[in-house]
Design a protein around this ligand. Structure first.
Ligand code: SF4
Length: 327
């Protein structure tokens, strides 16, 4: 039943493969999609309005982008190139921007294909949140990242395969990335020209959870400023973990609190740090927030605004958010 998510007849003895059934006996373990790290996920909800409701309405009269001449308006002459940015300096061979793919295993393990493919195709690719913070090889001095093997690998792979200046590697920042100075590091040390600020975590009001199976890594993340549950620095929890009372930790990110002054200040700081282009990623928030995003973007004169949908992702969003959030 699309309203309740239950079978029309819920029968005694069923092992409960539905979301409600699993939630009843696995509790919060099934808040997030499983198996973590090797999936991308999509909501099954039929939204009242979604992108599928838009169709292209062509015309039999004339041509756009090329002369209305049957010998010229032929398939090999199709040109989808476009430009982004205040000076139209970001060149795209195709009008596609790949949004933030962050620290999750699914993005990390498939980075070669993503980076090389998008660089060859001439489309911008965005490195999402928490890459430096989750990288055990990151070097952090005075609370600021000065080296990240994983971020460097992701940026350089794209840059090596870029052709004729098309596309761009974009680095995004959430609250923790901001505190670690990830964008400044990417600009100053890795030659990144496009950076992205983010409203919300995962462009939603969520914690952006990942599971951590190692005590040492959980402790490292806690020391780096993440919210880690249960507390891996609490001796009582450490003892429980050692005895197998629980087998994994949860790492959560914080949700940013948007206001005009801070947003304008962040943009200004990034420009001073050398950012050539700045974008904003917002989520499927209520209409007033969308208006706010457009207004603030105009005030700060940023280069482009990305509006996230809510119905899927790399597995860090709870099912409830994918099904019940946004339009
Ligand atoms: S418990 Fe079983 S029968 Fe009941 S709604 Fe879930 S899947 Fe259907």
């Amino acid at each position: 039943c699309p309203t309740s998510g239950m079978c029309v007849t819920c029968v005694e003895g069923c092992i409960g493969m539905c979301e409600i059934g699993k939630s009843a006996y696995r509790g919060h373990e099934v808040i997030y999609p499983q198996p973590f790290g090797i999936i991308t996920t999509a909501s099954q909800k039929a939204y009242p309005v979604d992108l599928a409701h838009f169709n292209i309405m062509g015309t039999a009269v004339g041509a756009a982008g090329i002369e209305a001449d049957s010998d010229k308006a032929i398939f090999p002459n199709v040109d989808l190139e476009t430009r982004l940015g205040h000076d139209k300096g970001i060149k795209l061979r195709l009008p596609i921007v790949i949004p933030g793919l962050g620290s999750t295993n699914i993005a990390s393990q498939n980075w070669e294909g993503l980076a090389i493919g998008s660089a060859i195709a001439g489309t911008p690719l965005t490195i999402g949140e928490n890459v430096c913070g989750m990288d055990v090889e990151s070097k952090i001095e005075n609370g600021r990242v000065v080296h990240s093997t994983d971020l460097e690998r992701r940026v350089k792979l794209y840059q090596e395969w870029q052709r004729d200046g098309y596309g761009a590697i974009v680095v995004q920042a959430n609250v923790e990335d901001g505190r670690l100075g990830v964008l400044e590091y990417a600009i100053e040390k890795l030659g990144v020209e496009v950076v992205e600020l983010k409203w919300g975590q995962g462009a939603k009001d969520i914690g952006g959870e990942v599971k951590v199976k190692s005590l040492e890594k959980a402790q490292l993340l806690k020391r780096r400023g993440y919210v880690v549950l249960p507390d891996p620095l609490d001796p009582a929890r450490v003892e429980e973990f050692g005895k197998g009372v629980f087998t994994e930790f949860e790492r959560h990110s914080r949700v940013g609190m948007v206001n005009e002054e801070d947003f304008l200040e962040s943009v200004s700081q990034l420009r001073k740090a050398g950012a050539k282009y700045i974008s904003l990623k917002t989520g499927a928030y209520r209409p007033a927030d969308l208006a706010r995003a457009v207004k603030f973007s105009s005030m700060a004169k940023i280069d482009y605004l990305t509006i996230d949908a809510a119905g899927g992702g790399t597995g860090m969003s709870p099912w409830r958010m994918m099904n019940e959030w946004g339009v």
